[in-house]
Design a protein around this ligand. Sequence first.
Ligand SMILES: Nc1ncnc2c1ncn2[C@@H]1O[C@H](COP(=O)(O)OP(=O)(O)OP(=O)(O)O)[C@@H](O)[C@H]1O
Length: 254
Amino acid sequence: MKPVISLHNVTLSYHRHPAVHHVSGTFHAGEATAIIGPNGAGKSTLLKAIVGLIPASDSMVQFHGIAKKDIAFLPQAANIDRTFPISVLDAVLLGNWRKSGWFGGVSKTARAEAEAALIKVGLEGFGPRHIGSLSSGQFQRVLFARILLQNSPLILLDEPFTAIDARTTQDLLHLIDHWRYEGRTIISVLHDYEQVKNHFSESLLMAKECIAWGPTTEVLTKANLQKANAMAENWIENAAVCHRDEQPQVEGAH
Ligand SMILES: Nc1ncnc2c1ncn2[C@@H]1O[C@H](COP(=O)(O)OP(=O)(O)OP(=O)(O)O)[C@@H](O)[C@H]1O
């Protein structure tokens, strides 16, 4: 299996309090990897460090055959402003800006691709609507259409199905299956173990540290989950400054 991202002793802290601790391992190209673990386990922090929203040195996060700028990243819904006054079609076309540039204008081809992407996510005819008028599920479909337009070989998703209805979740999980079939790499933070078992070949179980990383069937064991939960229970009393080694601390929250 070919590596796409290697992590080397990744340690990330907010104001010297550790959020991710000494995580090392490999995300494989063409696989769908779920990042799972209890609340506060550092899952989103790790994803943000990979895409560069939190500083991490090149020696900690190493890319193979892809540039960081070419990653398609979907942040948690809570971090996306839906009051921005744009149409659904324009929101999808934002996926094209790397090709067109900010002031490059929109080509007929890009517009046709955006409309085709809306059809693929089940939103045919929604193009002229304002994004603020959509339900959460419809808006999540728009964001997946935007990823379709980005056409990236590496797709990172942070809790894409939180507060999303079952029908939309199923449709978007099928889209993820299709991306994998096309040879793309998907890395997603998830909480639902059934979704993980059914759609993600590999898993990284975190509780600030890496508890297990490998084929999902080997990671999702009762013993591993118990270990992760037990570590989470100790965080409150033990949460403190990391003294384990002299890793550089990443100050400043994003
Ligand atoms: N901007 C921030 N400033 C300070 N601390 C933060 C910030 N973001 C996250 N943290 C802390 O870092 C730790 C890891 O948070 P993170 O959001 O990465 O966890 P998570 O595994 O994604 O959790 P959840 O499943 O609840 O979304 C938590 O203790 C959290 O409180």
